[in-house]
Write a protein that binds this ligand. Sequence first.
Ligand SMILES: Cc1ncc(C[n+]2csc(CCOP(=O)(O)OP(=O)(O)O)c2C)c(N)n1
Ligand SMILES: [Mg+2]
Length: 557
Amino acid sequence: MTADRRPPSTGSPAGTGARQVEGHGGHLVLDALTAYGVDALFTLSGGHLFPLYDAAVARGDVRLFDVRHEQTAVFAAEAVAKLTRRPGVAALTAGPGVTNGMSGVVSAGFNGSPLVVLGGRSSDAGWGRGALQEFDHVPMMAPVTKHATTVHALDAIVDATATAVRAACEPHRGPAFVDYPLDVLFGSGATTWVPEPVRRAGEPDPDRVTALAGALAGASRPAIIAGTDVYWEGAWVELAAAASHLRVPVYANGMGRGCVPADHELAFSRTRSLLSREADLVVVVGTPLDFRLGFGDFGAAAVAHVVEAPERLCTHRPVAHAVVGDLVTVLAALADWRGSRVDHEPWIARLRDAEHAAMAADVPLLDADTPRIKPTRIYGELRKVLPRDAIVVCDGGDFVSYAGKYLDTNVPGHWLDPGPFGCLGTSMGYALGAHAAKPGTPCVVMLGDGAAGFTLGDLDTLVRHQVPAVIVVGNNGIWALERGPMRALYGYDVLAELRPGTRYDEVCIALGGAGELVEHAAGIRPALERALASGVPYVVNVLTDPDDTYPRKSALG
Ligand SMILES: Cc1ncc(C[n+]2csc(CCOP(=O)(O)OP(=O)(O)O)c2C)c(N)n1
Ligand SMILES: [Mg+2]
């Protein structure tokens, strides 16, 4: 492993020299952030935060994005992290601003996303008198973040902020929180400081890596499942090199999607269930053996678990190989294997045939020309017009479950689903973050009509910030992912109805964007083409068949 093959760690500082900064607390905070590559701040105005805004305006190197609900600010910040592998930052005003952001913070924890949340806070001098929005955030944040602290002195601002950034960016990554009492943030001072580097994951045990490489080379029917931390570790080049060198099929999980492009000859997606019946070794890299992977049960196959931090290692089942450490190093070592290898071509051909067969079997669904539109037809049409490098955001139940199956991800990071926390309402924030991180890259949001209710107000944000997202609403008038399981369990359903035919397209138009209603399958493609060409937030509101149920094995995991 040569040093030049190692990508920069997530959020590594822009330079190593000493930095000088002076001014009010806002300047000190922003200097610490920009040292680690932060160039965007998501917020909703609150007086406790004014120095941050003032410093951003004065400096000019941190763009401000204002939203209509703090959860959108946090999801937008997380999306920036997800798309750039740099820390994403939201600033939330004291009290309700911070509490409104909580679901996004917990989501980022589940996703291992380097999210930094800055909080306003009532003044230290007046603490305890019952000031407006006086609330101690840290006890609430501490259990769901890697690091949560209050800065009580002006000369501690830079260090506390930089420490929070590094905590968020160091493996295993996740959210960090720091809040600034009003009287501290509004104070002024000067300081000289040196940004510390972001610590990488530890070196893996070379003997374990060699044993794993030997096992992969010696297996007859091996597979790799690559998850979110392959992306965070910046290890996709090594992943593809390892797969190509050892001739191992690769499946993606979570943000592992796109790490090996979907159109790569060793990328597979439709045949994962076959692994439990036919594989003899499954190597899971950079993701937990959780409900998404059947809790690590792959039938007769031996299971290997490769993670970047010791606390990520599976404890609920035995594994044949456990490797902990820098995923770039591990995967590069697999790519450097010099021993003999079993011929995997018959296995690869077997999976490719099964993959083609699965796709062929779904053609009638993707082409379905029924009077009530099947959600699968929307995906069939979208596949024809979706740019190869598009960023896809998924927010909803059954409607977006199809997205994982039918939409391809070819660029690392370009798949933005809520992750294993499964929080509805991520999409306007994720779309805003996508625009902030990669302006010019097409962004398509797949949105359930139920999920829409959590986040529609921030269509206004997309309009104001000129975010040309295409928002495809799968409008079935129900909470389908709840109705189906409830009917299966109880024989009836309650609380699963939404209003049929709601004009979410007109909501977007009313807020200054564009949109249209689609009631017939033939209208889907032209509507998608108009939306993609529009250059504005555009809701394609497709009325879909409420009796279509996503074929899933279990709902509650
Ligand atoms: C914040 C939040 N509240 C509730 C849920 C539970 N939940 C998961 S999927 C779902 C239904 C989503 O409905 P919709 O967005 O309309 O998609 P559909 O299943 O109808 O396609 C619900 C309520 C959740 N995951 N997150
Ligand atoms: Mg619905």
